[in-house]
Write a protein that binds this ligand. Structure first.
Ligand SMILES: C[S@@+](CC[C@H](N)C(=O)[O-])C[C@H]1O[C@@H](n2cnc3c(N)ncnc32)[C@H](O)[C@@H]1O
Length: 340
């Protein structure tokens, strides 16, 4: 069964999974000295997002280890991870694959006995292990089939061992490709909304640095009116979207005459310069989302800049939060604030 999001849900399939596991552990386990690991869930993630993933899991009280920049080990069951990911579609966007490796062996050939009389498809990490293992399985006469398989064999090379698990095809992880959006920025504003609960329904929104229009695309079905400011072309059009083809600094007096409920800004510029312009607008009670784009990805430098931004906004804001979203790059953070 497909979820609305990115995964086939395994939660309701526990019985089947348990049976598969018991079959795997069955009579062979004593003979072949398979070490049982607690849960054995490995997540391959988009490279470089490991710190944000670690924070995400820790905030949920889940033990997690970043083994590599693109590989995590999480202490949850397979059904728990499917359930969690289904509730957090943004996270699934940055997830490459879920691996189930509750058993470990020192040599790949020690897995052969578990694959007898099964039609297998191999999913391996790292990529180089895929070809290597396929060759070995093929030579051993194991039936490998990319579509008509009964079991997915998950195989992860880590900590000098091979972790593996067998999953019935219907419980195997499936990532549904994202639909085409105007820009990747679309997912940034989507994540902001999921994280903060910010509501754009019926709102007057000022979208600064709006081109090519990912944020406009997101707002179009929600906001009453979007004023999109950018000297570049905004490709998203609609009765509720007004494009002002200008630079922010050149139209501050014009914008000052209008009252907005929410100001969102994704301009590539020094955050302090952008804040100076934003603070000149009618900001009373306004909510702001601002992508902070730093000229370096050095963490200490970014922390220092964030302190300065907080000090600058402190006197004006009722609520202020700065987050490192999954959708942010290494030198970006996202600021949410509500003005007094
Ligand atoms: C990362 S893109 C924004 C993407 C946009 N949020 C979306 O959803 O597609 C940054 C935009 O800032 C615009 N920009 C740069 N300097 C600007 C300025 N001074 N005033 C207004 N827009 C500016 C650029 O033209 C560019 O389109």
């Amino acid at each position: 069964m497909f979820s609305k999001n990115k995964f086939i849900i395994g939660v309701s399939e526990n019985g089947l999974l348990a049976r598969a596991k018991s079959r795997l552990r069955g009579p062979l386990s004593t003979k072949h000295k398979i070490k049982q690991e607690c849960h054995g869930i490995y997540l391959q993630i988009a490279p470089g997002l490991h710190e944000r993933f670690v924070v995400f899991f820790k905030n949920k009280g889940i033990k997690v280890i970043a083994l590599k920049k693109d590989l995590l080990k999480v202490d949850v069951s397979l059904s728990q991870i499917y359930g969690l990911l289904n509730k957090n579609p943004i996270v699934t966007r940055y997830l490459v694959r879920v691996f189930y490796g509750n058993n470990s062996v020192n040599k790949i050939k020690d897995i052969f006995p578990y694959l007898k009389n099964k039609k297998i498809r191999v999913f391996a990490y790292p990529k180089s292990l895929q070809e290597k293992s396929l060759e070995l399985f093929d030579k051993a006469g194991i039936e490998l089939t990319p579509t008509g398989y009964d079991y997915a064999l998950h195989l992860v090379e880590s900590e000098g061992k091979y972790f593996f698990g067998l999953i019935p095809k219907r419980l195997n992880y499936q990532k549904i490709p994202d639909s085409q959006k105007t820009s990747r920025a679309y997912y940034k504003i989507k994540e902001v909304v999921q994280k903060t609960g910010l509501n754009f329904k019926g709102k007057q929104v000022l979208d600064l640095g709006a081109a090519p229009g990912g944020w406009c695309e997101y707002l179009k079905p929600l906001a009453t009116r979007v004023v999109a400011v950018d000297p570049a072309v905004v490709t998203v059009q609609g009765d509720n979207i007004v494009h002002l083809k200008k630079k922010l600094e050149d139209i501050v007096p014009e914008l000052k005459k209008q009252k907005f409920d929410v100001i969102i800004c994704d301009i590539n510029n020094d955050p302090m310069i952008l804040l100076d312009s934003i603070l000149k607008l009618r900001i009373k009670g306004v909510k702001v989302v601002l992508t902070l784009k730093f000229d370096r990805d050095n963490k200490k430098y970014i922390e220092h800049q964030i302190e300065q931004i907080k000090a600058r906004l402190g006197p004006f804001s009722k609520h202020l939060d700065i987050a490192w979203l999954f959708a942010n790059t290494v030198n970006e953070r996202t600021l949410f604030c509500r003005f007094k």
